[in-house]
Design a binder for this molecule. Structure first.
Ligand code: ATP
Ligand code: MG
Length: 352
């Protein structure tokens, strides 16, 4: 908006241009941008009640107001000021989405407004409206995806807890009962065989439930922090994938806030799954650096040189990386992925 106001001043030679937006309650116009003679947005007229002064009137009436002789005819209340500053013309446009007013753009000029300038101003007002709507829609979408990611985390945490504490404990109880049953009937070989078979299945289920619970949400993360959670994850990942992962962390990494630890853990998890699924590399490295106010984490592999579909890789279609980027953005961080000739690097920076 500030850039728009500056562009108006520059290109149509306005003395100053300002953009007010209607507040959430819909009763006050709040100044959001100001360029030209006045650049402060917290001074006089930073808040104008709907219907008051010329700006409030434009929003109330939802019609533009143009005047090429403000000193004599206008509703501009401070004519002395206008005269002193050499201002002769005023143009004010309501910013309208359909019939709903979202703000007003107002401009003063030191020379009369020509019909050509009038045309330009009308389209500038439309462009500002569309820009504001787009920003608001993007902001709404961002908030929604943030909420979705947070509720997904909570759900995963709770399912992981139930799987571990309830299903896991029931399986342990079943295993104990089978053990007692086996001891109670030592004579029949067939029954013993069947019970041993049952025990094997229950043990497998138990291992699967533990892995699933861990993948959903590692309990280590909340209890002991990122480093221990990554180390534990790597043990299972190495066995499952056959990929050797080197972890380089400073001697005293310490703890970060809960959100940052979860985002960093998810980056490790998703990036390593990507290494396994897409890179064919048998080696990966995770590097963590702690700076004063931020943590930098990198996951890289030595996947084969990319010879085909490079452009597709520059705009990947999966949701893994995109959701990591959104998670990172939600906590004020930044994530980038670089596909090099040999190897891919995911680099994330989050504030602590
Ligand atoms: N380590 C890697 N080596 C090579 N290519 C990779 C690597 N990581 C990601 N890619 C490429 O980037 C694409 C996007 O990754 P992303 O994780 O977003 O999606 P995906 O893994 O394909 O699907 P999913 O939504 O299940 O994660 C992949 O499809 C792959 O082409
Ligand atoms: Mg993926």
């Amino acid at each position: 908006m500030q850039k728009c106001a500056e562009a108006i001043v520059k290109h149509v030679e306005a003395a100053f241009a300002r953009v007010w937006l209607l507040n959430d309650a819909g009763d006050v116009l709040e100044l959001h941008a100001s360029a030209g003679m006045y650049t402060r947005i917290n001074g006089t007229h930073s808040r104008i009640a709907l219907g008051k002064l010329e700006i409030g009137h434009i929003a109330w009436k939802k019609t533009k107001y143009l005047n090429n002789d403000i000193v004599h005819h206008s509703r501009i209340h401070d004519k002395k000021w206008a005269k002193r500053e050499g201002l002769v013309a005023f143009a004010g446009y309501p910013l309208l989405i359909g019939k709903r007013v979202i703000g007003v753009v107002g401009m003063f000029f030191k020379r009369p407004i020509t019909p050509a300038i009038l045309d330009t101003l009308g389209s500038v007002a439309d462009a500002i409206t569309q820009g504001i709507e787009r920003i608001r829609a993007e902001e709404g979408l961002r908030q929604l995806s943030g909420q979705l990611l947070r509720s997904q985390d909570e759900e995963r945490r709770s399912i992981a807890g139930d799987l571990h504490n309830v299903t896991g404990q029931n399986l342990v109880a079943l295993l104990t009962s089978l053990d007692r049953l086996r001891r109670a009937i030592p004579s029949s070989r067939n029954w013993r065989k069947l019970i041993i078979h049952c025990e094997k299945i229950v043990k497998k289920c138990l291992a699967e439930v533990r892995t699933l619970s861990y993948l959903l949400h590692p309990p280590m993360l909340d209890k002991f922090g990122l480093e221990d959670a990554i180390r534990e994850y790597l043990e299972g990942f190495g066995e499952r994938s056959g990929i050797r992962v080197r972890l380089r962390v400073p001697p005293k990494l310490g703890r970060f806030n809960r959100e940052a630890e979860l985002v960093l853990f998810r980056v490790v998890q998703e990036s390593l799954i990507n290494v396994q699924r897409h890179s064919r590399s048998k080696w990966a490295e995770i590097r963590v650096e702690r700076h004063k106010k931020k943590v930098v984490l990198e996951v890289r592999d030595k996947g084969p040189a990319i010879t085909t579909q490079r452009s597709d890789r520059a705009h990947p279609a999966g949701v893994g990386i995109a959701s990591l980027q959104e998670r990172t953005r939600q906590i004020g961080g930044h994530l980038e992925i670089k596909f090099r000739k040999v190897g891919t690097t995911v680099r994330v920076i989050v504030p602590t």
